[in-house]
Structures are given as structure tokens and as C-alpha cells.
Design a protein around this ligand. Structure first.
Ligand code: PEP
Ligand code: MN
Length: 373
């Protein structure tokens, strides 16, 4: 059961204490208070957990501070929308708003290799007015003989250069809890030059201990990649592990599903699920066209498969595009065939702007039609 409080009732207020004393009347029920800072307002919610089926809603609804009480049935009670009964307020990080309305593009290297390539990438992003990026330091690879990423050795120059070029958020995969300590240490050494979004890769989508660990820390938001070979429901439950540990600053990123039916793409593009995840959860939804299609091949219309998949995600309402770029894809140590080049950045962003404008116009037209009906 979720008790949603009226706007601007804060977590520490006497009203919340009174509500908790009402909750304490019911044996086997525990309460967790969550304050969510969204773009336009701060929302306080009290989650009643345990045997709540016998708990009546009226004693809570009667309280002055309560807006409404929602009974939840889905297993993912923290991230769920519960049939539209709770808002998708999103979150703010590094002065940026991440929610179901905004769109951020995070182009960057699949795997950090040289300082020069990182700097070339960041310079191009700054020139294009982009402040979000991806940089892989810890790479989970299918073969133990493949490049495993530079790990903590590259963090000092990645964070220092990010600060230099005004990058606010670096999405970076972690595959072990020790990586978060290493990121904390390296970031502190630069005086917090940038921000980091901890990426949980598709291969770790059900690494429950790692999910709990990133959920227990509050410094960094989490970018959760959908599990490539599990159901959507299973991925949502995995996200719930993060949220249930206390961190609700999560973006769910679609990245294609593993099935040979998707050939010749690396994965079967699943971006038609963007609106589905927005309906089912409160999370902003990202797409990763690079890892979905896996190859930057040209279609006869002159657009690459990466451009087409990006557009499919955006026209479906995606809130984040995580995309591989490399100054010299032929020399990339990981996923070169799917990387766009620095020269392709500006036209790619212009293409995104076109599709986004179209999406917003479609949304406005539907809203107008609904108002007129
Ligand atoms: C990545 O984004 O670098 C990556 C490995 O993605 P995924 O976990 O989706 O394969
Ligand atoms: Mn990759």
C-alpha cells in the first residue's frame, strides 16, 4: 500500500510522524518513507509493507496530509505506476532532469582506450552542446581473451577531462561492487569534476547482490540495461531490487533481445516497448541503438541501421539515447563496427532533433484531439 502525501509535506514533518503512528497499529506492517525530488516538486510517499491486505485505507485517507492511498498489486511496488495511480516524477542529477518527458543523448566510447580518444570525444560533445556521455572502463566480455577495459587506471583522466569539457554525467558500467569504491575515490580526487551514472549491463541484469549494492548507495543514479534473455517482467523485478534498497533514481534502458530471429542485427530491437515500460513504471526509459543493432551498416536510403533504430526509440518517446561513438572505429578495442564517428555526431544530433520534434507534435496533436472529444 502506498500513501501519497499532499505536495510539500516533508519527510521529517509532524504529520508524517502521526501517519507512522497510525501504521504502527497494524501488526506485521512496516513503513518506509520516501522523498522523491522531481523536476517541479518534491513528493513524499509512505510505503506500507507486509500483511497490508487487512489494513483499511480510511484511517490514512482521513489524515489531513494525505492526498490518496493506493493499493498495489504488482510485484514491483516501488517502480510501478500501478495503473496510472502514481506519478512518474523522475529525478534530478547534476542539475539535469531525468523523467518520462525529457530527452538526453549520451554519445561516447563503448570502451575507454586512450586519453587522446576520450579528449577528442569530449571536445566534440562540448562543441555540440552535449553534457551527457558514456564511457566504459569495466567491460564484461564474452571471451576472457578480449579487452576487459582499462578499469580504475583510466578513471582519473576520464573524470578530469569530463570536468574540463563540461560533461555533467558519465554513464559507466560496473560489474562488481569494488568498482563503485574505485569510482568514488577517483571522482573525489578530482573534487567531483563530473557526475557518474552507474550502468548495470544486460549480463548483470539479475546479479541481485550487485543490484542491491547499487540500490544502497545514494551518490549515483543507476542506468539499468534490460536483461537480454529474460522477460520484461523479470527485468522490472530486477530494477525493483535497486529501488527497494532505497535508490529510486533509475533509468531503464532497452538494448535489444537475444534471439536469432533478430538476425542480421546483433539483437532484436525492442524499442516498441518504450511506451510499455513508461506505462508500467515510473522510470525514464532509455534506448541503446548501438548494442541493439550491433553494426553501422547503410540502408539504401542513406541512413545507417543505428540511425534508424535511434529514430524508432525516439518516436516511441525514449528519454535517453545511449550510443557508441569512436574517433577511429577501426582501432576501437571493443564494438568498433557499431560506433559512429566524430564527424557523424552533428548530423546524428540533427536527425534526433527532427524525430523528437515529430514525436512532440504527435503527442500535442493527440492531446488536442482528446481535449476536443
Ligand atoms: C555497454 O553498454 O557497453 C554494454 C555492454 O551494453 P549491454 O550490457 O547492453 O550489452
Ligand atoms: Mn559495447
Amino acid at each position: 500500500m502506498i500513501v501519497i502525501l499532499k505536495p510539500d509535506v516533508r519527510k521529517e514533518s509532524p504529520e508524517v510522524r502521526q501517519l507512522l503512528s497510525v501504521a504502527a497499529r497494524y501488526p506485521g506492517v512496516s513503513a518506509q518513507v520516501r522523498e522523491i525530488t522531481g523536476a517541479t516538486r518534491t513528493l513524499t510517499e509512505v510505503y506500507l509493507i507486509g500483511s497490508t491486505t487487512v489494513v483499511p485505507t480510511e484511517p490514512f485517507e482521513e489524515l489531513e496530509c494525505v492526498e490518496r492511498v493506493v493499493r498495489v498489486s504488482e510485484k514491483y511496488r516501488m517502480i510501478g505506476r500501478h495503473h496510472g495511480q502514481v506519478e512518474a516524477v523522475g529525478f534530478q542529477y547534476q542539475g539535469l532532469t531525468f523523467d518520462q518527458e525529457t530527452l538526453h543523448v549520451a554519445p561516447g566510447l563503448c570502451a575507454v582506450d586512450t586519453r587522446g580518444n576520450v579528449e577528442a570525444m569530449f571536445r566534440a560533445l562540448r562543441d555540440a552542446g552535449i553534457t551527457t556521455t558514456r564511457m566504459g572502463a569495466y567491460k564484461p566480455r564474452t571471451s576472457p581473451y578480449d579487452f576487459q577495459g582499462l578499469g580504475r587506471d583510466c578513471l582519473p583522466f576520464v573524470f578530469e577531462l569530463a570536468g574540463k569539457y563540461g560533461i555533467k554525467v558519465v554513464a559507466m558500467e560496473v560489474t562488481h561492487e569494488s568498482h563503485i569504491d574505485e569510482i568514488n575515490t577517483a571522482l573525489d580526487a578530482t573534487g567531483g569534476a563530473t557526475g557518474v551514472m552507474l550502468q548495470i549491463g544486460t549480463r548483470n541484469a539479475q546479479n541481485f547482490e550487485l543490484l542491491k549494492f547499487v540500490g544502497q548507495q545514494h551518490r549515483f543514479p543507476v542506468l539499468f540495461k534490460r536483461g537480454m534473455g529474460i522477460t520484461l517482467e523479470e527485468s522490472l523485478n530486477a530494477c525493483e531490487y535497486v529501488a527497494s534498497e532505497g535508490n529510486t533514481q533509475i533509468i531503464l534502458c532497452l538494448r535489444g533481445m537475444k534471439t536469432n530471429l533478430g538476425d542480421p542485427h546483433r539483437n532484436f530491437v525492442d524499442f516498441a516497448h518504450v511506451p510499455v515500460v513508461k506505462r508500467l513504471t515510473r522510470l525514464p526509459v532509455g534506448v541503446d541503438p548501438s548494442h541493439s543493432v550491433g553494426r553501422k551498416e547503410l540502408a539504401p536510403d542513406g541512413l545507417t541501421d543505428v540511425h534508424h533504430a535511434t529514430a524508432q526509440g525516439i518516436i516511441a518517446g525514449a528519454n535517453l539515447v545511449l550510443v557508441d561513438f569512436h574517433p577511429r572505429p577501426g582501432e576501437a578495442l571493443c564494438d568498433g563496427p557499431q560506433a559512429l564517428t566524430i564527424e557523424e555526431l552533428k548530423p546524428y544530433l540533427e536527425d534526433i532533433a527532427l524525430v523528437r520534434e515529430c514525436y512532440l507534435k504527435r503527442k500535442a496533436a493527440i492531446e488536442r484531439a482528446a481535449r476536443a472529444a
